[in-house]
Design a protein around this ligand. Sequence first.
Ligand SMILES: O=C(O)C(=O)C[C@]1(C(=O)O)C=C[C@@H](O)C=C1
Length: 250
Amino acid sequence: MADGLTLECVRESLIRQEDTIVFSLIERSKYPMNSPVYVEGFADIPGFTGSLVEYVFRKTQAVHSTVGRYESQEEHPFFPDNLLPSLLPSYNHPKVLHPAGDAININTTIWDMYFNQLLPLFATEGDDGNYAQTAACDLECLQALSRRIHYGKYVAEVKFKDSPDDYGTLIHAQDRDALMKLLTYEAIEEMVKRRVEKKAMAFGQEVTLNGTDKEVKYKVDPFVVSRLYVEWVMPLTKLVEVEYLLCRLD
Ligand SMILES: O=C(O)C(=O)C[C@]1(C(=O)O)C=C[C@@H](O)C=C1
């Protein structure tokens, strides 16, 4: 392909991103739920009324924005309002995606899924006071999930370029359901599900030198990781793919 992007290399990136996601969940699992982090007004921050986690996100993303993070089409801010542009000299990141896709940002949905559905599945009850560390871990998890899910734009671009006629017809018809069917590979999804479960077992097991046959304990339940992928990561990636394709010919 002209821009060198192939389905194989895009899938390789998705596989590598699985490592980042599994490790970020393992890091978050060091801390209990620490619910004050999520309570509006818990921190007495002048001029700010949201939760501590929102504060950490806004401040971190403001810094990242001024050093060019969102110049890359792979990155999507959680709070895009009022971000300042990059102060760095322009790197000229390759713009492989169709510009209409830049407006697609489903981080609100990802945020909601993470805090309301995923976190309660793996964070233990309790409060150890490590609020800043907890919010920093949430930031890592959410950024990794957001990057992976929005990578659906690249997957969709490659699929479109590989079969422009098949996709073109459905895009002209704005046929969401048929696009979803055409871009779905059930055998690949099954492999992803099994691989992330295996990674959670490999990365999250206690390593001992005098290995006896004690019951193996995992830092994050491998079943929760496969469920995360089956229920949220893959469906949301496919949603991004469909949204991107719908505007691919604009
Ligand atoms: O690998 C692909 O073809 C993708 O579109 C990515 C992905 C995924 O999210 O992992 C999504 C849809 C396919 O059914 C298979 C896998």
